[in-house]
Design a protein around this ligand. Structure first.
Ligand code: ZN
Length: 460
């Protein structure tokens, strides 16, 4: 891995490439797509060139070693083995940040790699506002009585067939992709006509395969929807981590956890298992929207999910600022969880060791995109709901063309033509903010409208 990444880095920053980009410089003054393509390419090459090849190889080797150790340490709740590795990760992350350069906070340098234009100074107030808005919602909704699906059991193969059929109905072209099984679902683009997704199955819980698939299909539709005219340029990719995640979360939550989608889904689940026969869509809707103070980010509901992200963002800042040392990280994690989510994990595997990110890459830059994606998904949902008054009826009857056309036009086809900030305004008319997500969650859970509230999501 170290050698390959060093070789790739050498190509990415070759003097010949830098020279050719310099010749293209005049194009950057233009407003056309060529200007955007050259700007993005030069930005990428210049940033990469700031990092010495030796540091690229050193970090890659360390991350590979750390990942292997983590895979064994996690099930054993073994932080002692991970501690020296993580201390080195922090040191290497700081060296990477120094190499990229930053004006204000070193984390900015790593955030810039995945969410261009975002800074600690802008994310901190945005996330504080988000935390303050979510806390009373969690308080109220976690106290509600839990609704659960009837116990059921469906063989893996049947669930996988269901996942493929569902992906197709959502508009995923299986001539240009595949749905397969993995432990940790992901989407990968191997070429413009080969964009694959993987999913995960639990025999006793069909919602696992359901939401894993819908989420990854959301990512895949983005990649498959980029204008082919951008192929071969630096613009033929998603705009940022946050924007990419907005597309998966939009499909998973704004569409997939709506009342309308529950109506579409209920007969399908009934056909899947006799125990789910005659499933009341309202029961389905409530069971997949149950709000719970839980330990694991990836299993968290829509309301608490962002709080899990904020735990990580706060700890990344603390590690960089030196207010928390790696040796104190497990305790700091538990304190953050207690303060923000309201629970204390009983095991390290359900606490500080749960996510791969810090154990397979740098500390910093990997988590903020999840929260940004959730905010943007709700903001897009609000616009779509206003533009398509019959959206809920369309979804309930399994017609997703309108949703796809909207996302395709506002987001997908542009690839990385616009910066994330520009794209948000282009797609929704306003900069990213907390209010649409809060309105959406309140409307979904039947809470009284906040002042100036507009209902959002396909829940009409
Ligand atoms: Zn995702």
């Amino acid at each position: 891995m170290a050698r390959l990444s060093e070789l790739a880095h050498a190509r990415r920053t070759s003097p010949r490439l830098v020279e050719l980009l310099a010749q293209c410089r005049p194009l950057e003054d233009g407003e056309d797509v060529r200007g955007s393509a050259v700007r993005r390419m030069r930005r990428r090459v210049e940033r990469a060139a700031r990092v010495p090849g030796s540091l690229v190889a050193e970090t890659k080797a360390h991350f590979a070693r750390t990942y292997a150790a983590w895979a064994e340490a996690r099930p054993k709740d073994d932080f002692a083995t991970m501690r020296p590795l993580l201390e080195r990760t922090l040191e290497l992350s700081k060296r990477l940040a120094d190499a990229y350069g930053f004006e204000d906070h070193p984390l900015d340098a790593l955030i810039e790699e995945s969410d261009e234009g975002m800074r600690v100074a802008t994310l901190t107030p945005l996330f504080s506002e988000l935390a303050a808005a979510l806390a009373p919602l969690v308080e109220e909704l976690a106290a509600r009585e839990a609704v659960e699906l009837p116990k059921h059991r469906v063989p893996v193969e049947r669930q996988l067939a269901f996942a493929r059929e569902l992906a197709n109905e959502l508009g995923y072209d299986t001539q240009r992709g595949r749905v397969d099984l993995t432990h940790h679902p992901f989407m990968i683009r191997l070429s413009p006509d080969d964009v694959r997704v993987t999913t995960r199955v639990r025999e006793d819980d069909v919602t696992e395969v359901l939401y894993s698939t819908v989420h990854e299909v959301g990512h895949a539709l983005y990649e498959l929807g980029i204008d082919r005219g951008l192929e071969g340029t630096a613009l033929f990719e998603g705009a940022s981590s946050g924007v990419h995640e907005s597309q998966s979360r939009f499909l998973e939550n704004v569409v997939g956890r709506s009342r309308a989608f529950a109506r579409f889904l209920a007969p399908k689940l009934a056909a899947l298992a006799p125990e789910l026969d005659d499933l009341d869509p309202e029961v389905l809707f409530r069971s997949v929207n149950r709000v719970e103070r839980s330990f694991i980010r990836t299993d968290a509901d829509e309301v608490t999910y962002n709080l899990h992200v904020l735990v990580r963002f706060a700890l990344e800042r603390a590690l960089f600022d030196g207010t928390v040392a790696v040796r104190d990280l497990p305790d700091a994690w538990d304190e953050q969880m207690q303060a923000r989510v309201g629970v204390r994990p009983p095991r390290l595997a359900q606490g500080v060791l749960q996510d791969v990110h810090w154990f397979g890459g740098p500390i910093g830059g990997a988590f903020q995109g999840y929260a940004l994606g959730n905010l943007l998904a709700a903001q897009l949902g609000e616009v779509l709901t206003m533009e398509r008054p019959l959206l809920a009826e369309e979804i309930a009857s399994g017609q997703f063309d309108g949703v796809r056309a909207f996302l395709g036009e506002r987001v997908h086809r542009h690839g990385a033509r616009y910066t994330p900030r520009e794209l948000v305004v282009h797609a929704t008319g306003t900069p990213l903010s907390v209010a649409p997500l809060v309105r959406y969650l309140r409307a979904k859970h039947g809470l009284a409208d906040a002042p100036h509230g507009r209902a959002a999501g396909a829940d009409a």
